[in-house]
Design a protein around this ligand. Structure first.
Ligand code: NI
Length: 185
């Protein structure tokens, strides 16, 4: 007698993350028009890429896919995945300063001021429209990733001098060797 093990094979691919100052990070993302197989594959690949990096959030723009889509997971166990499609901030209040990093700006952490609470309207992975209030680290993460979809990076909040210094160092590092990343968002 034979026992057959049926395994659903799901192919996931790690995607290349664009790094500052790549001009493709400045492209403004288009709205997602259909949640189809192609988009679902992209979402799986983005999670794979984010978890392996490791990071707690990733916007489609960062993997050179210019649609309004972001993924996040700020849990310690990496078991609370969020998918936000076509997100729009409909309410925000409060001010919070957090030291942020970015997988597209590896090795740099700077304080950024953002709203303390945001209410976001978006489509979830099943295509349902939902509204969720985010705060804390997840709130910061969602705002940071939504900036990416507008072609904006956290270094844009810094002074011109600081931003250019980071750009020059990253370009220099890249010429010598590809360095590891310890960034978070
Ligand atoms: Ni980022």
């Amino acid at each position: 007698m034979h026992n057959y093990l049926v395994v659903e094979i799901k192919f996931m691919a790690k995607l290349k993350i664009l790094e500052f100052p790549n001009p493709r990070l400045r492209i403004k993302a288009h709205p997602v028009e259909a949640i189809d197989e192609k988009l679902n594959q992209k979402i799986d690949d983005m999670f794979e890429t984010m978890y392996e990096a490791p990071g707690i959030g990733l916007a489609a723009t960062q993997v050179d896919y210019h649609y309004r889509l972001l993924v996040a997971d700020v849990s310690a166990e990496k078991n609370e995945p969020w998918v936000l499609i076509n997100p729009v901030i409909i309410e925000k209040d409060g001010v919070e300063v957090t030291e942020e990093g970015c997988l597209s700006v590896p090795g740099y952490f700077e304080e950024v001021e953002r709203a303390e609470h945001v209410k976001v309207r978006y489509l979830d992975r099943s295509g349902s429209q939902v509204e969720t209030e985010f705060d804390g680290l997840l709130g910061v993460c969602v705002q940071h990733e939504m900036d990416h979809l507008e072609g904006k990076l956290f270094v844009d909040y810094l002074s011109e001098v600081k931003r250019q210094r980071i750009r020059k160092r990253l370009e220099k590092n890249r010429r010598h060797h590809s360095q590891g990343t310890a960034a978070v968002l």
